[in-house]
Design a protein around this ligand. Sequence first.
Ligand code: BG6
Length: 506
Amino acid sequence: MPTAMSHEPTVLVIFGGGGDLAWRKLIPALFNLHLDNPLPGHFAIVGVGRKPLDDAGFRNHLRAGVDLFSRRKPANEESWNRFAEHVSYVSDDFSTPASGPALSRKLEELERVWGARANRIFYLAIPPDMVEAAAAQLQRIGVCRDCLRDRLVVEKPFGRNLASARELDRSLTGMFAETQIYRIDHYLGKETVQNILAFRFANSLYEPIWDRRYIDHVQITVAETVGVEERGGYYDQAGALRDMVQNHLLQILCLIAMEPPISFDADEVRNRKVDVLRAIRPIRPDEIHHHAVRGQYGNGTIKEKAVPGYREEAGVATDSPTETFAAFKLFIDNWRWQGVPFYLRTGKRLAAKVSEISILFRPAPHQLFPSAAVENWQPNRLIIRIQPEEGIITRIQAKQPGTRLLLGPVDMEFRYRDAFRSAPPEAYETLLLDVIRGDATLFMRADQVECAWKIVDPVLEAWESVPPGDFPDYAAGSWGPESADLLIARDGHHWLQPIIKTMENV
Ligand code: BG6
């Protein structure tokens, strides 16, 4: 559970203050932090955006978001009013060279009242193609120059490919110190994602069998039921590969595959993750179709409601070649993982919202039970459920009750909700608190981002050069295109249907 805020005076400036991320995620997260520990007096949230709003209008807009999206919604009147006192708005367009004076004045005014130079955090919750210009303008007006106090938070995707990520990095590190730059991947703030480290390295039970000798393959599924909602304009330029695979899925893979760091120091942990990314076998151009497939949803039904296809969504081209689904097969060329396939898949408008990692163990080396007893037999499986119903399940074989010898799978289950009797904090709560405190452990370093682009770049290039001929190729509400089933079936495996509350889907 996040604990106290820093007591140092702090201003959090949110660029894109009137945008979707601030509305759905950032402000609800900050409001929850405030409920847990009321914000210190010397804390201010300043939204910056092009919309012409005054403070009251901005607060009303944010309040509606908190009532819809906060994990403790709706907001209690009194708590909201106390929170809202810390919130103000500056209307400005940071893509223009004339921008900035109003924000500078706001910062000076706050610091004059507080009688101290604050830690200033500039959160760039704006489209990727606007990041560089906004950062340059911040640098020009000189409000983010203190290497120890001032921080810049950059959302993913960081760049559009390896070359542009390097370019953006060169530009940002030319203006700010690397220690000031917080590249956010909100999956790393998720409680269960962090728990992967605790599970692997605070317990001795699994580590001895966490390698190619015992593990047959690994599946990582991040499935969403939502479409692109109001973000069609952004998404159509990004696609599933840039939006999810290059960051969230590869980061999860790193946590599963990394070697134990020698300490929990931010750089130690990040070094071990970079080792994994560097060891991922590059996908050769002539082998791409064996390692990566894409898909795009057509219309269909989700939770008994008809939903439109991707090309019918607002902001999306009617002949869009953008993928809304991607599946990968990757190998990690090191001693621990040689020959063990890691299958990754993610998509929008799939049958269920679920993120989970399945570790499939090798079968017992000798089957001593009669074949009639093992009709329902399955190899051991460990499932790390990131969301919903956060928890860990170990699937073992047990004798079914009765006079007949019959084996079947049963689950040993740990659920966060039951074990701790509280809902885990939202990822953005954890990450915002970390930025405020200046702890970069859960943020991406430039070399991590680069290594991740190196892995997906050949696929991006191939997909961009050969437009898909068969889009849309999966119905909304399904588990994705047939090509994804073939990708894994070629190795004699199949995607495991996530265990959704009951076992009926398995
Ligand atoms: C974001 C993507 O990073 O993650 C979105 O840009 C996606 O497209 C979202 O919907 C999923 O996050 P979560 O926390 O709902 O799994």
